[in-house]
Design a protein around this ligand. Structure first.
Ligand code: F6P
Length: 330
């Protein structure tokens, strides 16, 4: 496999892991930038699954028309168990050889880049990662593609829940996604003016929460929204609600899990432009000789971070956001 940047002639691009709004915009940018530099681009269907099965399609400029505004991913995606096995990765390498691919561009999150790192070590195929996940949990970029849209969706849902919560004087626990990260929850809580956010990065015990709620009840604040990150250490929304019910009977409690609704829908302006910038920079990075890095956006600038760091280093939540959530609480 060629490794010199100047020799890159044929690239493959795929989306993998959980889909995220803006993945199509990133694909469009990759295909069109590649066309600009006269590269051949193959789209791989269903992420690593399609790489293993040799499901490749040649993509030209016109093939990515009319997808900028669409959520999901036209290349489809998957979480591949087979790619975690040496046999699966061997088949994937054979497929890349069969199409004479010089380098891959992977649009995905932590699992996708973990797979890429193992694969590049075994087979030396150059990779560039584009961060596409609603969780925003990758080190080396201020924002991942899809995060902004997901938070906007969660805020819209929380606004609607607020109407009914206020009308009935109810306490709602709203669960948002974020397997190991509270960034969706923290930003949703601030944006929706919720009473509190329970996030894995900053543990709040049930007792602390109950104390806060007791004080709120004393002030006759019986309606409230508490945003719970899926990965919260004291449990998801349902579990937290049950624990609070056991200790307090002052509130009429309900639970809403927003779930996969957060992953769908048309990407926001922010995600479309971010995806376009990252897609273009990924191809140019490859041509400049960048290898096994994730292209990110830090302090308004494109930045390349080794894939290994992107998946292993922790991106701490913004300190000011944590303080805002605390100060504006219940
Ligand atoms: O990684 C993105 C994400 O949406 C997480 O927030 C969530 O925990 C997970 O994917 C859900 O995955 P699946 O769609 O495979 O159930």
């Amino acid at each position: 496999m060629k490794s010199n940047g100047k020799e890159i002639k044929r690239i493959a691009v795929f989306t993998s892991g959980g889909d995220a709004p803006g993945m199509n915009a990133a694909l469009r940018a990759v295909v069109r930038t590649a066309a600009y530099y006269d590269l051949h681009v193959y789209g791989i269907l269903r992420g690593y699954e399609g790489m293993i099965d040799g499901d490749f399609i040649l993509m030209e400029k016109r093939d990515v028309g009319n997808i900028m505004h669409r959520g999901g991913t036209v290349l489809k995606t998957a979480r591949s168990e087979r790619f975690m096995t040496p046999e699966g990765r061997k088949s994937a390498y054979e497929s890349l050889r069969a199409y004479d691919i010089d380098a891959c561009i992977a649009i995905g999150g932590n699992g996708t880049f973990t797979g890429a790192t193992v694969f590049t070590e075994e087979y030396g195929v150059p990779f560039i990662g584009i961060p596409g996940t609603i969780d925003n949990d990758l080190y080396g970029t201020d924002y991942t593609i899809g995060f902004d849209t997901a938070v906007n969706t969660a805020i819209q849902a929380a606004d609607k829940i607020r109407d009914t919560a206020e009308s009935h004087n109810r306490l709602f626990f709203i669960e948002v996604m974020g397997r190991n990260s509270g960034l969706i929850a923290l930003n949703t809580a601030i944006g929706a003016g919720a009473g509190y956010a329970l996030i894995p990065e900053k543990e709040t015990t049930i007792e602390e929460l109950v104390d806060m709620l007791r004080i709120a009840a004393k002030r006759k604040k019986l309606f409230n929204l508490i945003v719970v990150a899926e990965g919260n250490k004291t449990g998801g929304a349902q579990q937290v609600a049950e624990e609070v019910r056991k200790r307090l009977d002052l509130f009429d409690i309900r639970v809403t899990v927003i779930g996969h609704m957060q992953r769908g829908g048309a990407p926001t302006f922010h995600d479309r432009v971010l995806a376009s910038r990252l897609g273009q920079a990924a191809v140019e990075g490859l041509l400049e000789g960048k290898r096994n890095v994730m292209v990110g956006y830090v302090d308004n600038k494109i930045k390349f971070t080794p894939l290994k760091d992107a998946i292993s280093k922790v991106k701490p939540p913004n300190e000011q956001l944590l303080r805002i959530a605390e100060m504006l609480a219940i």
